[in-house]
Design a protein around this ligand. Structure first.
Ligand code: PDD
Length: 281
């Protein structure tokens, strides 16, 4: 596949990054994942706005304008013939010529910018949306600025492995007794006609899909409560789901071994998924 590195389009095996890159040594980088359906980017604007915010929160300079970034996304989708899939983007503080905790001088060290595509035929019609996911709960052991989309993904990665070991699909993380979010998605349950999800703060990533889903709640004739909830309360829900740029809206049918409803995906989550895909495509 063709990838993008610091202004150049290259075959993936020719794209090389320094061993001193700050993301490699210190996870000093931010990222975004944007989905592609029918060859078109979904909610690029939302991702570009969040990227700018992540960079700003970390005092990192933004090496590329929104217009140029959009063009690179489109060009990679074109060159790699992506009908359905993802575009991954990462910006790091760059590669000084040594390891040092102190930030390098931004005048002399340029950020590293990498983009690549992931071809995922069938992404918009994932059979998991018919089956639903099983999740387990784990303690949230991530750092305190989860609103910044950094590449520090070790704990989420461990979380997915814990879920896998337990025979589940994913994990919901819990802090001080309340669910924060999924390892790579936002978490919700539905009771009656109310969607409940944690409010925005530094404790969770401000999901771009989340914002859209909550906007569409009214169209689905549902109310939204943004507040803390426990695993026990979610287990009493009629339905539950997750949202992300790669899963869109995906039903959850079991939480810590407790089935929701009759243990199959429900109509309200199906409706939300349908509205999301219709409106965003
Ligand atoms: N993950 N919460 C976390 C911790 C995430 O990593 C993600 C996204 C989300 C959902 O955000 P959005 O709707 O903007 O994709 C919530 C991406 C998809 C990933 O790491 O691959």
């Amino acid at each position: 596949r063709t990838v993008y590195l610091n202004g150049e389009y290259l075959p993936e095996n020719e794209a090389k990054v320094s061993i001193f890159d700050r993301a490699f040594l210190m996870a000093d980088g931010v990222y975004e994942v944007t989905s592609v359906l029918d060859g078109k980017l979904i909610d690029f604007d939302g991702h570009a706005v969040r990227l700018a915010r992540s960079l700003n929160e970390l005092d990192m300079k933004n090496p590329i304008s929104k217009e140029d970034l959009l063009e690179v996304h489109r060009e990679l989708v074109r060159r790699n013939n992506i009908e359905e899939g993802l575009v991954y983007l990462q910006i790091t503080r760059g590669a000084p010529n040594d390891r040092d905790f102190v930030f390098p001088d931004p005048e002399t060290t340029e950020p590293t910018i990498v983009l690549f595509t992931q071809n995922k035929p069938g992404l918009g019609n994932d059979p998991k949306a018919k089956q639903g996911l099983k999740v387990i709960s784990i303690e949230d052991q991530r750092w305190g600025r989860r609103d910044i989309k950094t590449v520090q993904l070790l704990y989420p990665s461990l979380g997915k492995m814990m879920a896998k070991k337990a025979g589940a699909d994913d994990a919901w993380m819990v802090q001080d007794g309340f669910v924060t979010e999924g390892t790579s998605n936002n978490a919700y349950f539905i009771k009656g006609n109310t969607i409940v999800t944690r409010a925005l703060s530094n404790d969770i990533l401000h999901g771009i899909t989340r914002a859209a889903v909550l906007r569409f709640a009214e169209e689905a004739q549902m109310k939204v409560e943004e507040r803390n909830f426990t695993i026990e309360e979610a287990q009493t829900g009629d339905e539950a789901f997750i949202s992300s740029a790669s899963a869109f809206v995906m039903p959850v049918i079991e939480i810590d071994g407790v089935q929701l409803g009759d243990g199959t995906p429900g109509a309200r989550v199906a409706r939300l998924r349908e509205i999301y895909l219709e409106e965003m495509r």
